[in-house]
Design a protein. Structure first.
Length: 68
């Protein structure tokens, strides 16, 4: 915020069977915001994805928006 940087950070993430983020890789976004976006995503928890009535890990792209 102090640097007045805004934008979207896209992160390729793996969500494990328990809903926790286990792997992350920045796909795009302002360099000044990438670390903050990864820190935020690391704290998120998801409902597990279900396939054939069993929880499974999934890969997804998450967009974190930094806008005023």
């Amino acid at each position: 915020m102090q640097a007045n940087v805004q934008g979207d950070v896209k992160i390729q993430a793996t969500i494990d069977e328990t809903g926790r983020v286990t792997k992350m890789k920045v796909v795009s976004g302002p360099a000044l915001l990438q670390h903050a976006a990864m820190d935020a995503l690391r704290q998120w928890r998801y409902a597990p994805s279900i396939l054939d009535e069993k929880p499974v890990a999934v890969d997804m792209v998450v967009t974190i928006r930094f806008h005023r």
